[in-house]
Design a protein around this ligand. Structure first.
Ligand code: NAP
Length: 163
């Protein structure tokens, strides 16, 4: 099973100059809680933003480059078929696809679950979530986040499964 997990602002913005446009520790916490112990799959550009593998997760980087140098512990998937193989070989696993936009666009048609953080504010940036037809998705849980000194924007966590 494949899940997409991401955070977007009210315009669907997800990235700025290779990084997240905001600082929202509650979202980082949710991301860590959900993905720890699982396979995480990311685009080469998103991985370049991290620079090192995410700890306590099996890290996979999607890239078509044949001479891509990756640090120890990070494995490459060269195309969508390789991701489908990974999912087929791990039928009891939830594989988290963690971005960015190009990867979300490619994987959306074969995703089973969506874990969306919606930040109800507007930021500047350069990368947006591809359009999603939510009529194909059933909202399973919705949790409104707590605004405090460290999490200064209203936000909510919405989990969907494919209808
Ligand atoms: N808000 C969020 O939740 C969130 C999550 C993740 C990322 N982001 C942000 O998104 C931005 C990066 O996104 P992006 O769209 O520019 O790049 P990206 O999706 O991270 O990476 C794109 C690269 O991934 C590889 N790739 C993508 N699809 C592939 C496929 N089907 N087969 C093989 N390789 C494939 C290609 O690498 P090669 O060119 O090497 O072939 C492609 O150039 C950053 O700003 C990041 O911070 C935000």
């Amino acid at each position: 099973m494949i899940a997409l997990i991401w955070a977007e602002d009210q315009n669907g913005l997800i990235g700025k100059q290779g990084q997240l446009p905001w600082h929202l520790p509650a979202d980082m916490h949710r991301f860590k809680t959900l993905t720890t112990g699982h396979h995480v799959v990311m685009g080469r550009k998103t991985f370049m933003g991290f620079k090192r593998p995410l700890p306590h997760r099996t890290n996979w980087v999607l890239s078509q480059q044949s001479d891509l140098a990756l640090p120890a512990g990070v494995q490459q998937l060269t195309d969508l078929a390789a991701l489908k193989d990974l999912a087929a070989k791990n039928p009891d696993e939830l594989i988290f696809v963690i971005g960015g936009a190009v990867v979300f666009q490619a994987v959306l048609p074969i995703a089973d679950y969506l874990y969306r953080t919606r930040i109800n504010a507007r930021f500047d940036g350069d990368t947006w979530m591809p359009a999603i037809d939510y009529s194909q998705w059933q909202l399973v849980t919705k949790q409104v986040g707590t605004v405090d000194d460290k999490n200064r924007y209203p936000y909510e966590f919405d989990d969907f499964r494919r209808r």
